[in-house]
Ligand binder design. Structure first.
Ligand code: TMP
Length: 230
């Protein structure tokens, strides 16, 4: 890039949904698609994305703890991730594709665990403060799926962690937590019907991004789709 060329502005997209909603292939497919369209992509996840945050992820997913400890560790991981990875990537104009962000905390800890939403709001404001504003994704792709269908998809897939092993009733509350967040930020949330086939979900997703001017019209089926359907 020469000094005269305008710098592309960063784009922050998060991906949300209950466990089993089928985000992974689509996130990989979008990374591939943005790269084909000339964008530099930072692909990352929460909790995690830095060595420290990945260590905290291991604890949160596998070790019993009280709800406040869980929320604090998740936000500590987020702080490190924002400072080390997300903010620098956005500053250099990357597309940041983040598998889960703070909406997951409101859905899982707030909805699923019933943890105090005001405490989560306070933590969100402290941890995500950037240049006088609370950093949020520009867009959030919400893979919405009936928890009973998600449970069928997950059954026997792998050894479940502390969240995946929760009963369907927990995921109903998580789903309601996501719905409440979506209602509060309708411009940011893109709800996707994740009960459809993988190709139909991909079409919903890319159409929504094209409509918002974030992708150009031609969207080939990415290589990530060559693995068998779940
Ligand atoms: P993943 O398996 O999609 O990577 O997510 C890890 C688990 O962590 C998933 O079950 C959701 C949970 N989680 C929370 O409970 N709160 C959070 O804030 C985040 C980001 C994830």
């Amino acid at each position: 890039m020469t000094d005269n060329q305008p710098m592309t502005s960063g784009l922050f997209i998060s991906f949300e949904g209950i466990d089993g909603a089928g985000k992974s292939t689509h996130i990989e497919g979008l990374a591939e698609t943005f790269q084909q369209q000339g964008r530099r992509v930072t692909l990352t996840r929460e909790p995690g994305g830095t060595p420290l945050a990945e260590t905290l992820r291991g604890l949160v997913l596998n070790q019993a703890m009280d709800p406040l400890t869980e929320a604090l560790l998740i936000f500590a991981a987020r702080r490190d991730h924002l400072q080390q990875v997300i903010e620098p990537a956005l500053a250099r104009g990357d597309v940041v594709l983040c598998d889960r962000f703070t909406d997951a905390t409101f859905a899982y800890q707030g909805g699923g665990r019933g943890f105090d939403l005001q405490v989560l709001q306070q933590l969100e404001q402290w941890v995500q403060l950037q240049d006088g504003k609370v950093r949020q994704p520009d867009l959030t792709i919400w893979f919405a799926l009936d928890p009973a269908i998600a449970a069928q998809r997950l059954a026997g897939a792998r050894v479940p962690d502390r969240f995946e092993s929760q009963p369907v009733a927990f995921f109903e509350q998580v789903h309601a937590g996501y719905a409440a967040r979506a209602e509060q930020a309708p411009q940011r949330f893109i709800p996707i019907d994740a009960s459809q086939t993988r190709h139909q979900v991909w079409q919903q997703l890319t159409r929504a991004l094209i409509q918002r001017g974030k992708l150009s019209i031609v969207v080939p089926i990415p290589k990530a789709f060559q693995t068998p359907s779940p």
